[in-house]
Design a protein around this ligand. Structure first.
Ligand SMILES: Cc1cc2nc3c(=O)[nH]c(=O)nc-3n(C[C@H](O)[C@H](O)[C@H](O)COP(=O)(O)O)c2cc1C
Length: 173
């Protein structure tokens, strides 16, 4: 049993972050592009799943990512992933899209929850500057938001700190 990292991307930033995170975690499988995956059955053989998702469809209620994740959401919701730990990181732009910062994370979060997974890797929102985000659940982000467009200088620290959190929250790392 092990941990897999899955991402989808339009301009490559989410893939880059998936690779950097993989380097920090050491123990997870090499990142896979969701667009190359034929079916999601392999999720069932993992102990933990880490997902990277950018936000492109600004303000949308559904299909917020504009990537391969959007077509997979219904299928994820129908799976039985109880007992699995799932963590999400999101790519966005807190300056230009400050009212919809990393909105897509929450959509993924909702469907994994529907599948019975245990979501981990929540992040304090106080260290971010933004107006609104659908990905604030309770008073925390339901994953790790990253902003390579306006705050790339903060990414290293954010990633390192999240990797440390995940090592204590996700068996198999
Ligand atoms: C047309 C367009 C729409 C975007 N919409 C949002 C948005 O609603 N919220 C957000 O946080 N970022 C938004 N972004 C920023 C992207 O999410 C960000 O550039 C991200 O790093 C892209 O990741 P990718 O290279 O993996 O596709 C948008 C960018 C563009 C060009």
């Amino acid at each position: 049993m092990t941990v897999g990292i899955y991402f989808a991307t339009t301009t490559g930033k989410t893939e880059d972050i998936a690779e950097r995170l993989h380097g920090l975690l050491g123990n997870a499988n090499s990142p896979k592009d969701l667009a190359d995956l034929n079916d999601l059955k392999e999720f069932e053989n993992l102990e933990g799943i880490i997902c990277g998702i950018p936000t492109w469809n600004t303000g949308a209620d559904y299909d917020r990512s504009g990537t391969a994740w959007d077509e997979m959401l219904e299928e994820i919701g129908k799976m039985n992933l109880s007992g699995k730990k799932v963590a999400i990181f999101g790519l966005g732009d807190s300056s230009t899209y400050t009212e919809n910062f990393c909105d897509a994370m929450e959509e993924l979060h909702a469907f994994f929850k529907k599948a019975g997974a245990t979501l981990v890797g929540y992040v304090n929102k106080d260290n971010y500057t933004f107006e609104e985000s659908k990905s604030v659940v309770g008073d925390r982000f339901c994953g790790l938001p990253l902003d390579e467009d306006s705050e790339s200088d903060l990414t290293d620290d954010r990633l390192r700190s999240w990797a440390t959190d995940l090592k204590s929250q996700m068996p198999g790392l």
